[in-house]
Design a protein. Structure first.
Length: 196
């Protein structure tokens, strides 16, 4: 799978990410070689993730996006108690959930949440889109029961200088290759604040 035609890129729509890749993971039929699974995604600083998986996708992308399937950080479907602190900062929610609907049937298939990474109080150019399945589409799940997996799309704004993050593509500040232990945050934490 190392050879692809010139110009070939992995550029899925949000509907495809939710309806095929995330649904496929939950129901165990997805193309697992395309989007890797990372158990401790939220414990790592975002600039370390591409270094951890230099072949993060086995197909070419545009160089600014990386995709992961990971265990949900939420305790329950509507819970705000999450694990989003890393060694250097934290992820902060920037908006409410956006609905993702099937293009043809208009049925709600999932939701998206956008988060930005902060080092202390400083906003960085690292952005994450969290994709969640609509649990009502799956037998055995209710609207209050958390589906065990979500899909994360890690994005780096082109204006973000990699010089700010020396571990990216070089020697990592995480010397033992071990992420910081995840910590629970409450709705009162900065993670829940809305930024523009």
């Amino acid at each position: 799978m190392d050879q692809f035609p010139l110009g070939f890129r992995f550029h899925p729509t949000e509907e495809e990410l939710v309806n095929h890749y995330l649904m496929g993971k939950v129901q165990r039929y997805t193309d697992s070689w395309v989007i890797p699974e990372l158990e401790d995604f939220y414990a790592w600083d975002p600039w370390d993730l591409p270094r951890l998986y230099p072949g993060i996708l086995n197909v070419p992308s545009d160089g600014w996006d990386w995709f992961f399937i990971c265990p949900s950080p939420y305790v329950a479907q509507n819970s705000e108690h999450v694990k989003r602190k890393t060694r250097s900062g934290h992820w902060k929610i920037t908006c409410r959930r956006d609905d993702i609907k099937d293009r043809d049937t208009k049925v709600l298939i999932g939701t998206k949440r956008i988060l930005v990474f902060y080092k202390g109080h400083t906003k960085t150019g690292w952005v994450m889109h969290e994709y969640h399945l609509n649990p009502e589409l799956l037998s055995g799940y209710s609207s209050t029961l958390q589906i065990p997996y979500i899909l994360c799309r890690l994005k780096r704004k082109p204006s973000e200088s990699l010089d700010t993050f020396p571990s990216f593509g070089g020697v990592s500040s995480v010397t033992d290759n071990t992420p910081v232990a995840s910590q629970h945050e409450s709705t009162e934490d900065a993670d829940q604040e809305v930024s523009n």
